[in-house]
Ligand binder design. Sequence first.
Ligand code: THU
Length: 139
Amino acid sequence: MSSVIDWPALENAAIDVRTRAYAPFSQYRVGASILTKSGKIVVGCNVENSTYGATICAERSAIVNMVSQGREELLACVVASRAPGAATPCGVCRQVMAEFAERLPIVAIGLDEAGAVVERAAYDLETLLPHAFRLRSTP
Ligand code: THU
């Protein structure tokens, strides 16, 4: 259980995995890193598809990767994309994050063409997706 979040390590992991994004259609490369409750950092990048609709975002790619390694609670997330206007998670990714997190701080970083971080903004899943849908068992 990690009590302190190592944001620089999470940022470096997101920046690194972003180089492996498969984005031939949009040229918009995204990397995501997540910190799990056991202290593991798990990463994912966007993987586009010729059908466009089958594209998976970096954030969901990281979460799917995490579940494959052993499902855990998410404690923190970094999303790396290009500046200006660093990406915040899309609506679908927010809902998928909510499946595995009680509360989740999210930092969005924007990189310039040389790969330097020139933007940084902090969010919280509760703010990005208030009243997330949760399937509760009937009483
Ligand atoms: N994308 C992500 O991977 N994460 C986001 O937060 C926003 C959008 C990807 C999907 C697609 O491959 C490309 O960015 C352009 O939308």
